[in-house]
Design a protein around this ligand. Structure first.
Ligand SMILES: [Zn+2]
Length: 270
């Protein structure tokens, strides 16, 4: 699933192509990706709107429109936004086409069909679901320490909780816990100060590396220009079951933590 580095990369690549453009229309090939309103009403309301900005919050893309409307895009499990010409053949699994007034299209490709399109008047609904942005100043070691001290959930589950921390998902949580040498199953409130500090630094390190490599393309993630990210080539443990730990040489194992497959080194992570 695209996480903070993947979604941020999409935002950066799309920005110069869509800001200032008008959307003559949106073609829906899978109506049910529109959430919270009737699909035809969505299509009517978005037609003719000018794009002012595109931002990211957590794993959401937020396209601000001239009327004040916000087009919310969530790539969920398998979504990609791919740029192409108006007359080009839509990529396989295209579920929606955002037409632009300069003859370009943004194709919402989504094999698994979990992706979401939504028009909102404001961002209250989105903001209410999301905790601090891990790469912004609002995410401090103090805030992180206090948050962990109150929670008994496994640390891995807490890192995936978008209300606790926005934008971290399965891959980067596994990578951060590996760097911090912490077992994903540990109860959050049992982490010692030195471990919390390591984890705090590790979250920054793995997300910044993810951004540097244009995100990870484990399965279906594509950049808007159709290329793939390379962050997964630098992962230590995520999706590396049965491979060797780069630190101790022991096998990477997979455990299920609150329903999510988690890769870790049983020797290095305690
Ligand atoms: Zn190891």
């Amino acid at each position: 699933m695209p996480e903070l580095p993947e979604v941020e990369t999409v935002k950066k690549q799309l920005s110069p192509h869509i800001i200032g453009r008008t959307i003559p229309k949106v073609t829906l090939l899978w109506d049910r990706m529109v959430k919270g309103q009737d699909a035809q009403e969505f299509v009517r309301r978005i037609a003719g709107q000018k794009i002012i900005d595109i931002t990211r919050h957590g794993k959401y893309l937020i396209v601000s429109l001239y009327s004040g409307d916000k087009l919310i895009i969530h790539l969920k499990m398998s979504g990609s936004l791919i740029l192409g010409k108006n007359d080009s053949e839509p990529p396989k699994y295209t579920r929606a086409i955002i037409h632009l007034d300069d003859g370009q299209n943004v194709f919402f490709r989504d094999p698994r069909k979990f992706g979401v399109l939504k028009l909102l008047k404001d961002l209250k609904e989105i903001d209410a679901k999301l905790g601090p942005e891990p790469l912004e100043k609002e995410f401090t070691l103090k805030l992180f320490t206090e948050g962990l001290s109150k929670r008994t959930a496994p640390i891995k589950a807490l890192l995936l909780d978008q209300k606790f921390l926005a934008g971290v998902g399965n891959m980067y949580a596994d990578e951060a816990l590996f760097l911090a040498r912490i077992d994903p199953r540990r109860a959050a409130n049992t982490l010692k100060n030195a471990e919390i500090r390591r984890l705090f630094d590790a979250i920054h390190e793995v997300l910044n590396a993810g951004l540097k490599y244009g995100g990870a393309s484990i399965v279906t993630y594509y950049h808007p220009d159709g290329t793939m990210g390379t962050a997964h080539q630098h992962f230590n443990v995520a999706h590396n079951q049965k491979k060797e730990c780069p630190v101790c040489g022991g096998p990477i194992e997979r455990v299920v933590v609150r329903g999510r497959g988690s890769y870790y080194c049983p020797k290095c992570q305690k």
